[in-house]
Design a protein around this ligand. Structure first.
Ligand code: GFB
Length: 312
């Protein structure tokens, strides 16, 4: 990637896309092409084709997706599989026809089998049954990976696919129904402290383990891989350490300064018991995460307190 390359970041207002834009701008890439959802509906193939033929894009970071936490995934399976298949298919195909130089596709660690051995190695893809709460999302992401590999094989494109673990950071979704666990708990503990509530409800048993990577680290890894990796094989992006949800809740209680009780609601599903990625391949290529969880949480909490307002 040259400093003047035309770089399209799909999904630039989201948690991941906005972090990629920050990282690109910080490193002097000044020819970014960005379109809001209103300006370009990525689910519409005609709009996407026209955009690519018109814009002469050199590089694509495909961070646009319909995403959500366990409840949203579980309740809206059709929306998750349809929107993600449409968005990624339209972009991957239009990018090929517009002769884009290179494309980076963002997947997710939920593509791995529910009960795969831990840590999750890249080769475990398609070796077992998926976690049912997010299988439609995972199947769409697996289709995206296979599309990238197939276009490389048949058309000689340079498409790479990366599998980030659970991401957190600025511009996250803090809606209590559709968000992921970390922003949900930050908001719940913050509001419980403000309102003097005696307890905070944490979904599930608290036993599942998750790995959390700051979006700025993820963006840095994406730029690194865009510049230094070429190949069909997927690459995990993570920190190599995980934490039980119950310990995450304790850490967030500490960061927010809340002193009340934590109650677990095991009527809500736990989802996958554990999702820790093996980052051997990525560290072998020369990249390592730099932001520790507690530091990252403090930073996101400070940002949340300044910027968050309840809509409606
Ligand atoms: O982050 P999360 O929604 O998604 O939930 P997944 C992780 C764990 O935290 C689950 C528990 O065991 C939840 O039950 N949890 C506890 C909570 N309290 C809360 C809460 O207040 N809100 C939420 N959301 N969870 C998603 C997938 O799986 O992860 C997506 O559905 C995607 O497809 C994404 O892969 C990264 O980690 O279970």
């Amino acid at each position: 990637m040259e400093r003047h390359s035309r770089i399209y970041v799909a999904g630039h207002r989201g948690l991941v896309g906005s972090a990629i834009v920050r990282a690109l701008e910080k490193e002097g890439y000044h020819n970014l092409v960005l379109r809001s959802r209103k300006e370009l509906d990525l689910r519409d193939s005609r709009q996407v084709d026209h955009f690519f033929l018109d814009q002469e894009i050199d590089y694509v970071f495909l961070a646009a997706a319909k995403v959500g936490g366990i409840a949203a995934n579980n309740d809206q399976p059709a929306d998750f599989i349809r929107d993600n298949l449409l968005i990624q298919t339209n972009i991957i195909d239009a990018a090929y026809r517009a002769r884009v130089e290179k494309l980076l596709f963002l997947g997710s660690t939920c593509i791995y089998p529910k009960l795969a051995p831990q840590p999750l190695k890249e080769e475990y893809l398609l070796t077992g049954a998926l976690e049912p709460t997010n299988a439609p999302y995972a199947v769409a992401k697996i289709a995206g990976i296979t599309m990238c590999q197939s276009y490389n094989r048949q058309y000689g494109t340079k498409y790479i696919s990366v599998m980030p673990t659970n991401i957190y950071g600025p511009n996250d979704n803090f809606d209590l129904y559709s968000s992921h666990v970390l922003p949900a708990l930050l908001r719940k503990f913050h509001e419980a402290k403000e309102q003097g509530s005696p307890f905070v409800e944490v979904w599930g048993t608290g036993n599942p383990r998750r790995e959390f990577l700051h979006a700025d680290d993820l963006a840095d890894a994406c730029l690194f891989l865009m510049r230094h990796y070429e190949g069909d094989e997927i690459v995990n992006i993570g920190v190599g350490e995980d934490i039980a949800i119950k310990d995450l809740a304790l850490l967030i209680r500490k960061v927010t300064g809340y002193e009340g009780e934590i109650r677990f609601n095991d009527a809500v599903p736990d989802g996958t018991p554990r999702k820790l990625v093996d980052v051997t391949k990525l560290t072998g290529l020369g990249w390592r995460a730099g932001i520790g969880l507690e530091d990252g949480l403090r930073q996101v909490y400070a940002d949340f307190k300044q910027t968050f307002t309840v809509k409606n």
